[in-house]
Ligand binder design. Structure first.
Ligand SMILES: [Zn+2]
Length: 121
């Protein structure tokens, strides 16, 4: 790993995690499958073998889903009147889609921050 590649600030590290990119160089993906971290970056060699986030990513995703997803669903449910039941399944489908989009990004941010914290130890 070049010295320049691993010296990004906290915000670029977070942004690279959101984009599912290597926290060190941002050139290659952090994942080898939907939620499986790569062992290392193919471009810069950054080691991700100790950046596994365990169950924290799903917990944070559930928390974000509650903060982001519940207010519009509750507003729809309270204001839709007779149409509330018709809106239930599309709202649940949107919530499931949002969770599937958020989960790898949350894991990417957590793994990037964990990689950064271990690099500085
Ligand atoms: Zn890299």
């Amino acid at each position: 790993m070049s010295t320049e590649a691993g010296r990004a600030g906290v915000l670029p590290t977070i942004w690279r995690g959101v984009r599912l990119r290597c926290p060190a160089c941002g050139q290659r993906t952090l994942f080898r499958a939907y939620l499986k971290l790569s062992q290392s970056c193919a471009a810069c060699g950054a080691d991700f073998s100790r950046s596994e986030t365990a169950d924290v990513a799903p917990y944070v995703t559930i928390m974000l889903m509650g903060l982001i997803g519940m207010p519009p669903i509750l507003a729809l449910a309270l204001n839709a009147g007779a149409y509330a039941e018709m809106l239930l399944w599309p709202a649940l489908a949107c919530a499931a889609g949002l969770a599937l989009v958020l989960l790898p990004r949350v894991k990417g941010v957590l793994a990037a921050l964990l990689w950064r914290a271990r690099r500085e130890m």
